[in-house]
Ligand binder design. Structure first.
Ligand code: MN
Length: 487
């Protein structure tokens, strides 16, 4: 994937100036690509000076499968009525990069030629107007192009655009339906396909069982050697481990053949399976597949998308669930986990393969990876169908090492302090209708999810350090009116 830098100008300045603009943009892109901050290259896509050129470059961006998004920058003035047709046709993520070639004013030599050449300060304002006038979904990045924070913001846009790209081709395989009576895992699949491009389809578990019949003992033995070379085998129940690996191989073949990016299971529907897939799901998530339990196709798709966003970035991403609280008088925390299926990409300790009874679903004890989660800043993301639209809710969290050992806990877990504090954060989450299922990621942040929400026209509620409950209640009411008028 590449990002196109489209530089705006006009003919009034003459060839010499336009050549200089192109030369400067070449220097900018080369230096930015060498900084090591951005995970995808930025390529100059030309200095455009006429409506026809602008429409042409935007149309080519739409059709270029490698183009992840368009970044615009007005090196000089570029009358923005020229941009209307092109911007209206643009279907890729769009970032307006407000910067200028030189960092400082050359006080001793500045003259009118300099002013003509380096006028982003007003050229980009003209460009910003037309973005606002067209109500374009867009990311605006402002600052000097060599500054770390500015490049990190561009990298964030790229991550969101990678998620957008993954979203538009996301296919989710649902084994079993949603857990009976659960509300928040439901949703409008047609709306999800329109808004995000998701193809969400049901497959009977018999399809998976049939796939498992084709997995040989030799296949399983080979996979057993691979998996036990990465993770610590901490059980004598090899039979159960191998059954999970057989399930994993079958799932993987099914997902690869159908080009699926995510899948769900449901412990209420395991007809023909001896165990709820645990280790199987964890190994597939570790390889980038989205997953969520209990038929939660929205969180499954979102897990896969956030994993796509995290390519080239540090930190893991996992399907997560707020499980239980630790509520001392100060410093209250959440213990997050799931029945089995926590992705080892967020592990701080070397995961151990263990076999324990499940206590739900009435099946054989399944193998699973057990580990402690990483420390550091992360975000929990939930996507809910609020009726007529989807709402994304993000929660900034600080993950911590477990404050004490939990020797009897038979699942991987992670502890975090939600910002600003548990009481405010959980109140805000509940008022906004956030789910118990989330995607927890150390690789992205609320800003990147906000960029993704912008690209997809999704309502976003961000909970973090500055959350104020009274303001949040107003935001929820006002959003309701805005989205009802908009849709
Ligand atoms: Mn669950």
């Amino acid at each position: 994937m590449k990002f196109w830098l489209v530089t705006g100008s006009q003919h009034l300045y003459g060839k010499e100036t336009l050549d200089k603009v192109a030369e400067n943009v070449k220097i900018m892109t080369e230096k930015m690509n060498q900084s090591g901050i951005m995970q995808y290259p930025i390529v100059p896509a030309g200095v455009v000076t006429t409506p026809a050129e602008i429409t042409d470059v935007m149309t080519r961006a739409n059709n270029d499968t490698e183009c992840g998004g368009v970044i615009t920058f007005m090196h000089t003035f570029s009358p923005s009525k020229m941009w209307i047709d092109g911007l209206m046709k643009l279907q890729k993520p769009y970032c307006h990069f407000h910067t200028q070639f030189g960092r400082e004013i050359p006080f001793d030599t500045i003259d009118m030629d300099f002013m003509n050449l380096y006028q982003s300060a007003h050229g980009d304002r003209e460009h910003g107007y037309i973005g606002a006038r067209l109500r374009m979904p867009r990311k605006v990045v402002v600052g000097y192009w060599q500054d770390k924070e500015v490049q990190q913001e561009l990298a964030g846009f790229m991550a969101a655009a990678a998620g957008y790209r993954a979203s538009r081709k996301m296919k989710v395989a649902r084994f079993g339906d949603n857990m009976r009576y659960v509300a928040v895992t439901e949703g409008d699949k047609v709306q999800a396909q329109i808004a995000y491009g998701w193809d969400v389809s049901y497959y009977p578990l018999g399809d998976l069982c049939k796939e498992m019949e084709g997995v040989t003992d030799a296949d399983v033995d080979r996979r057993f050697d691979e998996v036990t070379s990465v993770y610590t085998l901490a059980t004598d129940n090899i039979e159960s481990v191998k059954y999970q690996l057989k399930t994993e191989i079958a799932l993987r073949r099914f997902l690869e053949r159908g080009n699926f990016g995510a899948f769900t299971t449901d412990f209420e529907d395991l007809y023909g399976l001896r165990q709820l897939p645990g280790l199987a799901c964890q190994l597939l998530m570790a390889d980038g597949y989205g997953f969520a339990g209990e038929g939660d196709w929205k969180t499954a798709a979102l897990t896969g998308i956030v994993k796509s966003m995290s390519v080239g970035r540090k930190g893991g991403t996992a399907f997560m669930e707020d499980y239980t609280y630790h509520m001392p008088e100060s410093g209250a925390m959440v213990l997050g986990a799931h029945m089995l299926e926590v992705c080892p990409s967020i592990a701080a300790t070397k995961p151990e393969i263990k076999v324990c009874p499940l206590g739900i679903g009435g099946k054989e004890p399944p193998a699973r990876l057990i580990f402690d989660g990483s420390e550091g800043e992360a975000v929990c993301v939930s996507l809910i169908d609020i009726g007529g639209r989807m709402r994304m809710i993000t929660q900034d969290v600080i993950c911590q090492a477990p404050i004490r050992k939990m020797p009897n806990l038979p699942v991987a877990s992670v502890m975090w302090k939600p910002l600003p504090d548990l009481r405010t954060a959980a109140k805000a989450w509940i008022l906004a209708g956030g789910a118990h299922h989330t995607v927890l990621s150390f690789a992205v942040n609320a800003g990147i999810m906000s960029d993704f929400a912008e690209m997809t026209g999704t309502e976003i509620i961000r909970i973090g350090e500055n959350t104020d409950i009274d303001e949040l209640k107003k935001e929820l009411r006002w959003n309701d009116i805005y989205y009802r008028l908009k849709n």
